[in-house]
Design a binder for this molecule. Structure first.
Ligand SMILES: [Zn+2]
Length: 302
């Protein structure tokens, strides 16, 4: 792998998407799991050090104004999370418009690493969102991820967790990418002790009405049947309005749930939406297709 920052001078080098495209072009033989530390070193990160002095910070980057070299700091944490932190800080290092609050030193919190959106005039927030997008794209490059997603015809929360292990990323990071690049309209809701923590969803997935901190809805698969550690449930249909707003007078979409139990009371709920097509009341065919699909699912998971 012969990669250097000279390769990143091309068009698009100002955005996470452009940078990752240039990196993949210069290093076309990258395989999964992406060797993020090796990549960082080739791109002028001299050292990757552990730090534990700054309370509440997950990662940091020390560099000069000209960005000639950089040192990435990571908190001692799970190796997969540490890989994301390295990707995030490498993003700050490579995106030319990213400017730290304190000259030469970026410090990023756990919350920064989770940010997926920021308002137009929140400059710092937008930097964090871009660094996260860079980390996600470099650790799970879409051209390398897509063949894995095609291993299964239908989305599956157990498959998502398995891909997280193969790509050496956290389940949160993979859930976000899986919801984005899978062809179906999906959301993954992370829960603990029967309460919603945060969702990751496809752009077309509607607003989830159960907010962070609230109990998972009555009637949801997790509430009804619970979750077993490491075991993915069947895919089951549910009443869609327990999770999303369904407008009265319009044909209701189909919503399916699948639950994967985790250690310590954590569970991941996959929501899979099949939107109602306009004029579905008359269109018996599309209704039948959705039902057939559901039955097929049931048969396969039995
Ligand atoms: Zn950051």
């Amino acid at each position: 792998m012969a990669l250097s920052r000279m390769d990143l001078d091309g068009k698009g080098a100002g955005s996470p998407e452009g940078l990752v495209t240039l990196i993949l072009k210069a290093a076309p033989h990258l395989t999964v799991p992406i060797p993020i530390e090796g990549l960082a070193r080739q791109l002028d990160i001299g050292e990757i050090q552990e730090f534990d002095t700054e309370e509440g910070f997950e990662g940091g980057l020390i560099t000069d104004t000209a960005r000639s070299r950089g040192v990435i700091l990571t908190r001692r944490s799970h190796p997969f999370r540490r890989r994301f932190t390295i990707g995030h800080e490498l993003g700050h290092f490579l995106i030319p418009t990213h400017m730290p609050d304190v000259p030469g030193r970026f410090l990023c919190s756990r919350e920064d690493m989770r940010r997926l959106s920021a308002t137009e005039n929140d400059r710092r927030g937008r930097m964090e969102v871009e660094a996260n997008r860079f980390a996600s794209l470099i650790l799970m490059p879409p051209p390398l991820l897509r063949p894995y997603l095609k291993q299964r015809r239908d989305p599956d929360v157990g498959h998502m967790a398995q891909l997280a292990a193969e790509f050496e990323v956290s389940k949160q990071a993979m859930a976000n990418a899986y919801a984005h690049y899978q062809d179906e309209i999906l959301a993954f809701v992370f829960t603990k002790g029967g309460r919603v923590l945060f969702p990751y969803k496809h752009l077309k997935f509607p607003f989830i009405t159960v907010r962070s901190g609230q109990a998972v809805p009555d009637g949801s698969l997790l509430k009804r049947r619970g979750a077993r550690n490491g075991v993915a449930s069947d895919v089951c249909g549910c009443v869609p309005d327990i999770w999303i707003d369904v407008k009265g007078g319009k044909p209701a979409p189909q919503l399916y749930e699948q639950v994967l139990g985790q250690r310590d009371g954590f569970a991941i709920v996959m929501l899979w939406l099949e939107p109602a097509e306009e004029g579905e009341e008359e269109d018996r065919d599309s209704e039948r297709t959705a039902k057939e699909r559901f039955r097929e699912q049931q048969a396969r998971y039995r």
